[in-house]
Design a protein around this ligand. Structure first.
Ligand SMILES: [Fe+2]
Length: 149
């Protein structure tokens, strides 16, 4: 999907969800078909060098004290305010250094995850969790530092 093809705007009503999905993904079978399932999450020989470096830095620097410092920083809720759909769009500029499977942009990943959960017959609350599960990555964009670890 060409993410630039569609404007990321909130739906007027959740009843529009199905039609919006079909508009965004008219051919669901064409999404992420380049790999077999067992080819995903290959951390031994990832497609990009950033994956190993991400985890090396993460394990070296993400200490208890660092986490407490970040808690104090971000729990002031003074960084930025935005509606959820705008946050999805904001997140979409991130290329996740820890993810060895970057075929999809962040918004596609969130939609694919939530729709896979729904397809499997799980309750609505779990579909919502699938949609929101990576929103914490927004902190990478607000952290005002280099590196995502
Ligand atoms: Fe994810």
């Amino acid at each position: 999907m060409n993410k630039d093809k569609f404007e990321a705007v909130p739906l007027n009503n959740l009843d529009e969800w199905e039609d919006d999905l079909l508009r965004r993904y008219p051919d669901p079978d064409a999404i992420a078909t380049a790999k077999a399932t067992d080819e995903y999450r290959n951390y031994e020989t990832p497609a990009r060098d950033t994956v190993k470096e991400f985890y090396r830095l993460n394990h070296k620097y993400q200490t208890y004290d660092f986490v407490q410092e970040k808690r104090n920083e971000f729990l002031q809720f003074n960084k930025r305010e935005m509606p959820v759909w705008e946050a999805f769009d904001f997140l979409n500029q991130l290329v996740d250094d820890s993810d060895p499977d970057t075929d999809l942009d962040q918004m596609q990943h969130l939609l694919q995850t939530s729709e896979a959960i729904r397809r499997d017959g799980h309750p609505d609350w779990m579909v919502l969790i699938g949609l929101m599960h990576d929103m914490g990555k927004v902190l990478c964009l607000l952290a005002n530092r280099s590196g995502q670890w």
